[in-house]
Design a protein around this ligand. Structure first.
Ligand code: MG
Length: 420
């Protein structure tokens, strides 16, 4: 048996935990720089506001319907996500984190448990411990578990938990379930599926398996078999190590001077290096790139990058930052307005076996100890408590006009309860 725990309207739900007054009113969350809609409450969905729509296109609707708007607060969402995962881990042997708001639950060894009861209990416990509404679907395969969890959102009487196991129940559900909402059937197949008049998951499951493999490749066949209750996708407890790590952002306003640009890029360096160390990797290459605003074609345009290589693979923020800070002035042009910049680490390998060089100028042992101390302090005391001096203490320059406080990760933002 497989289970999927999926947080409902996750970013909106995180905001509502600290703003219970918004529980039944329309709420939406915007992407970085307050660009597009990335999370909607059910009330907003009912108003017909689509996912990903740019905010300027719905200004009227926001005003007319008194929609509460939030800038994205990923510090809060990341922390709330950790809390949900921790709750899940207390109730099942293991979990596989699939995304910030979804996790598969490993139910091996729990065969004698009443699964419907368990699903509802997990949902209830998550809500009680974290304040986040979670939909838990249990089924013989991961693909079916995803479908079961979606049912919880459509039918409140399921109380957040749905166990779907009897073949006749599964058949009934698949008949009503849109094929494009099935996990693993990408949008790229939409046109082809509608040409074949395949609308529901049941229509897809009724196809001939040889035909499915020919037209939808082996992954399509895997989905087909999963819909038939045959588990093909197992548990992967280890997230595959990333071969490239990137951090980039658009700035709220163009940056015309080198110094503030360096400060921002330095922040990106810290972010990618921290991710690199988290996955236990080292890299031989780092790239910095800058972009002017392509929407302002009347201004001088530049899109350029510089690559630096390291003879000995490294994970040191100090070393990588120094190299990038040397490369960036060579990209920078006076009179150009930079709208976006970023850093990409590549040639990543495991930090366990590093080839050293005879004339290595960097004391990697010393850097390693410094990084370990830095990561430890930052994990305990808050982001960027210890940072390289070149990085911007103000953080990334983004438009975040509707940002909520860092309720759970910053002492000064903690919720105050009035007793009087
Ligand atoms: Mg979700």
């Amino acid at each position: 048996m497989f289970a999927l725990a999926d947080c409902n309207n996750f970013f909106v739900s995180c905001e509502r935990v600290f703003r219970p007054d918004l529980e039944r009113s329309p709420v939406l969350v915007l992407s970085n720089n307050d660009g597009c809609v990335i999370s909607r409450s059910n009330e907003v969905k009912a108003l017909g506001v689509k996912m990903g729509v740019p905010v300027y296109q719905i200004r009227d609707a926001i005003e007319r319907n008194h929609i509460t708007v939030f800038s994205s607060n990923f510090t809060l969402y990341g922390d709330m996500s950790d809390r949900v995962h921790l709750t899940l881990l207390q109730m099942v042997p293991d979990i596989e984190i699939y995304s910030i708001d979804e996790a598969f639950l490993d139910l091996r060894g729990m065969e004698n448990t009443d699964m419907d009861l368990l699903a509802k209990k997990i949902s209830k416990t998550c809500r009680r411990n974290t304040g986040i509404p979670v939909s838990v679907g249990v089924a013989p395969t991961k693909t079916l578990a995803k479908i079961a969890s979606k049912l919880c959102k459509t039918y409140p009487k399921l109380q957040g938990g749905c166990y779907m196991n009897r073949p006749e129940d599964i058949e009934k559900v698949l008949k009503k379930f849109p094929v494009n909402d099935v996990w693993g059937i990408g949008r790229k197949h939409n046109a082809f599926l509608s040409m074949l008049n395949i609308k529901s998951a049941a229509d897809f499951a009724a196809l001939n398996p040889e035909f499915v493999e020919k037209q939808f490749s082996i992954t399509g066949l895997r989905t087909w078999r999963e819909l038939h209750g045959e588990p093909c996708i197992g548990f992967t407890n280890e997230v595959p190590a990333k071969q490239q790590i990137c951090s980039s952002r658009s700035f709220s306003k163009e940056i015309y001077e080198l110094e503030p640009l360096c400060k921002q890029v330095s922040l990106f360096v810290s972010m990618v290096c921290e991710k690199l160390r988290k996955q236990g990797g080292v890299c031989n290459q780092a790239m910095v790139f800058v972009l002017t605003n392509r929407h302002r074609q009347n201004l001088p345009q530049q899109f350029e990058e510089k690559m630096v290589t390291f003879q000995v693979a490294t994970d040191s923020t100090l070393e990588i930052n120094a190299a990038i800070m040397k490369a960036l002035p060579r990209l920078f042009r006076k009179g150009y307005g930079y709208k976006k910049a970023g850093v990409i680490l590549s040639e990543i390998s495991s930090g366990k076996a590093v080839q050293s060089a005879l004339f290595d100028a960097v004391d990697h042992g010393k850097h390693g100890r410094a990084m370990k101390a830095m990561d430890y302090i930052n994990a305990k005391e808050g982001k960027n408590k210890v940072a390289v001096a070149s990085q911007d203490p103000e953080g990334i320059r983004m438009n975040r006009n509707h940002l909520s406080p860092q309720y759970t990760t910053k002492w000064s933002d903690i919720l105050v309860v009035n007793s009087g």
